[in-house]
Design a protein around this ligand. Structure first.
Ligand code: GLY
Ligand code: MN
Ligand code: MN
Length: 465
């Protein structure tokens, strides 16, 4: 277990008091097969289960009676066949003891616990499931069909978990910084390998290898492409070409499942050309401006639009946009170039708790998502920051030919966009710069002992060392 028993006991105690009534059922994950049952993906525990119980074994369920405080760790002990193939593991009773849970029971007990609660008219709280095996288990337990399970998940439990997990403790920050140190190595290796003729996949493979060799996985499938304008541009076998930009967005997830998430954009030839430098500098300015603004009490929505303003003003000065900046921002014209949000919460999930519902994680009664406007609808977070939040700061500028053509054909935001000039950038690609921010008592600080170089001079000096 990553932290001491008391940490998990206290976390569950806070959760139970916030939920107040009913039976809380937290499912751990099962093994997941790749192409036949015994050939599995690397096991990944559910983050909420891990947060409250700290146990990395598959096939466990935690149950907390919010009224009485009674707790159970449910799971089946492995049999002698499993011991032959996988070695001995702790019994469920021993694991319960490690996590400070008083009772343990086999999986068959879960059914009677849930039935007794339901028969007594008590609420059974569960989180929205995202794995199909657990959807089937939940259907067997509750009779709720998988298509209805997201809607019937407990809002009370979802909010209680989010409010607890979103504020990172100093010991969690230490774990995230361990992930950042590995992320630093991954990114600086990719930047050093970035040369004409080197295949994208070779670099991506090397950075995955760095994560594996530290006992880690990548925190999401690495994005590494000369086509940075494709948001999820996965590495191809194509060799890097002189004159282009390589966008690399990747991170590490430690053995204990805390993440890092950074992006760097590197000129394949070792130096930015004038056009690339101008656009790159705008992204640097937006990134640094967000960092300056981020502090407790500030709405992330406002930080996002402040970064969008920097981009809009800059694009105007380059002749790519025009008109009144406030009106352009209100119309969403900047989203032609910056179609995603400034950043998201990060922790045990790289998009922290996204499975619980992005609207619940990133918005509240005061700041509501705006789903009807392209670009703004991709903002994953809008509400006020608090000390202990970890956010990514990841502005970008992209030239997406299909989007340019569509907007031009529809005359969408045509008052603010100089399409003739924009057309000259069709082959540009995209630029993003991303770092992880901890919101502190009076501002913010970037996580990781060393910043991955990103200011133009630092970056060029680094890759040409
Ligand atoms: N592409 C994952 C992220 O940076 O959010
Ligand atoms: Mn990223
Ligand atoms: Mn990110």
């Amino acid at each position: 277990m990553l932290f001491g028993r008391q940490t998990y006991v206290e976390r569950r105690d806070v959760l139970r008091h916030r939920v107040e009534h009913g039976l809380i059922v937290l499912f751990g994950n099962n093994e997941s097969p790749v192409n036949y049952p015994s050939n599995g993906y690397k096991f990944r525990q559910d983050s909420s289960f891990l947060y409250y119980f700290g146990l990395q074994r598959d096939g466990l369920v935690g149950v907390i009676d919010a009224d009485s405080g009674e707790e159970w760790l449910i799971g089946n002990d492995i049999d002698i066949e499993d011991i032959v193939w996988f070695g001995s593991v702790d019994s469920v009773a021993d694991m319960a003891d490690m996590a400070g849970v008083a009772k343990s029971a086999p999986m068959s007990r879960l059914e009677s616990l849930v039935r007794d609660a339901t028969d007594a008219g008590r609420e059974v709280h569960f989180l929205p499931p995202y794995r199909h095996d657990l959807m089937i288990q939940l259907m067997d337990l509750t009779g709720i069909h998988p298509r209805d399970q997201k809607a019937k998940a407990s809002l009370r439990l979802i909010h209680a978990v989010i409010e607890q997990r979103i504020v990172k403790t100093p010991e969690e920050i230490t774990e995230i910084e361990r992930a950042c140190a590995i992320g630093y190595e991954m990114h600086t290796t990719a930047m050093r390998m970035c040369r004409p003729g080197v295949p994208e996949q070779e670099i991506a493979g090397r950075i995955s290898g760095i994560a594996s060799s530290r006992g880690c996985i990548v925190s999401f499938p690495s994005i590494l492409s000369m086509h940075g304008e494709i948001m999820h541009g996965y590495p191809s076998p194509r060799p890097l070409e002189a004159g282009r930009l390589m966008l690399c967005d990747c991170g590490a997830e430690t053995n204990e499942n805390y993440c890092s998430d950074n992006t760097r954009t590197t000129p394949v030839s070792g130096h930015f050309d004038a056009r690339q430098r101008d656009i790159y500098q705008l992204v640097v300015d937006a990134h640094d401006h967000a960092y300056e603004m981020a502090r407790p009490g500030v709405k992330w929505w406002d930080v996002h639009f402040a970064a969008a303003r920097v981009i809009t003003e800059g694009m105007k000065s380059l002749g790519l946009m025009r008109g009144n900046t406030d009106d352009a921002l209100a119309a969403g014209a900047h989203a032609l170039f910056f179609p995603h949000g400034l950043g998201h919460a990060m922790g045990m999930d790289v998009h922290d708790m996204e499975g619980l519902g992005q609207t619940y994680v990133g918005f509240d009664d005061e700041v509501q998502p705006r789903l009807d406007q392209f670009g703004t609808n991709a903002l994953r977070f809008g509400r006020r920051l608090q000390e202990g939040y970890v956010m990514t700061d990841e502005p970008g500028i992209y030239f997406i030919p299909a989007l340019i053509d569509e907007w031009r054909a529809n005359r969408h935001c045509a008052d603010f966009l100089n399409f003739d000039r924009i057309d000259e950038y069709r082959d540009f690609g995209g630029i993003r710069i991303e770092d992880d921010l901890l919101i502190t008592a009076d501002g913010a600080r970037y996580l990781g002992e060393k910043m991955i170089p990103y200011h133009v001079d630092d970056l060029e000096a680094f890759i040409n060392e």
